[in-house]
Design a protein. Structure first.
Length: 275
């Protein structure tokens, strides 16, 4: 599932292209991507004529802010991706088109989703703000300090890896970057969050921000499904230290990387480097 660096890469790709553009027509090929609308006709009636005021990101969501104050929220889930242009995208790359939005400059924004786990929600501004308020702080925001992380870990008995994945505690972090940040910080993912010492929390805070920024600099991580706009692949998979490297040498010490399951998700770590 795309995490903060992947969704932010897509936002940066699209925002200068779609901000200020008016939606002239819509076509929905897969109605199950419409999460809170009755069907393709409702989608058309609600969006045609609307102008995209801005494109933001919150946690793992893309947030199209419309000129009537409402928000079109997009969740990419496993296989959601976008293409933008004047001609239909390559079916070899975009072979499961689910929706199309024609813009007033003659281009079309295509949404492709093979598994159709993601999709669109149209929300009034107060409804979106309430949903946003339930999410945790953005770890790359200017105000995100070690104390911000310490505050959500304090007193918690759950493993620190699980806590990093909780979107109500830290927004946008998923399996890849939690594993990578814990490895760089030298922390065992099984340790209780509330047991970390202040110096360890500070290390983890710094590692989390560095890993996310590094991944963003490399357009995210592509294993199979994730693509930025128009099929561009991420490159951070070439720099992964432990994630999906079980049985291979740790890039730090050479010990064999291990894989365990925590809360139904794979965790990768080095038993020598992470204590």
């Amino acid at each position: 599932m795309p995490e903060l660096p992947e969704v932010e890469t897509i936002r940066r790709d699209l925002s200068p292209e779609v901000e200020g553009r008016q939606i002239r027509a819509t076509r929905v090929h897969r109605s199950d991507i419409l999460m809170n609308l009755a069907g393709p006709e409702a989608f058309r009636q609600e969006l045609v004529g609307r102008r995209i005021r801005s494109l933001d990101r919150r946690a793992k969501y893309l947030v199209f802010r419309l000129d009537d104050g409402r928000v079109l929220q997009v969740q990419l889930r496993m296989t959601g991706r976008f293409a933008l242009g004047r001609s239909r995208p390559d079916p070899g790359e975009f072979g499961h088109l689910a929706a199309e939005l024609d813009l007033d400059d003659g281009r079309t924004l295509w949404y492709d989703d093979m598994r159709r786990l993601g999709g669109f929600r149209l929300l009034a501004a107060p409804d979106w703000e309430r949903e946003s308020d339930r999410l945790g702080p953005e770890p790359l925001s200017e105000g995100y300090r070690p104390a911000s992380l310490a505050g959500v870990l304090e007193g918690r008995r759950a493993p620190v890896k699980n806590l990093l994945l909780d979107q109500e505690l830290v927004a946008g972090v998923g399996n890849i970057y939690a594993s990578e940040a814990l490895h760089e910080a030298g922390l065992d993912p099984r340790r209780a969050g509330g047991e970390l010492e202040p110096a360890e929390v500070e290390r983890l805070h710094g590692s989390l921000r560095r890993i996310l920024r590094e991944a963003l600099d490399h357009a995210g991580t592509t294993f199979r499904d994730y693509r930025a706009v128009n099929g561009r692949s991420g490159r951070f998979q070439e720099r992964l230290r432990v994630y999906a490297r079980d049985g291979r040498p740790c890039r730090g010490c050479g010990e064999e990387v291990r894989r365990i399951v925590q809360a139904g998700r794979s965790t990768y770590f080095c038993p020598a480097c992470q204590t």
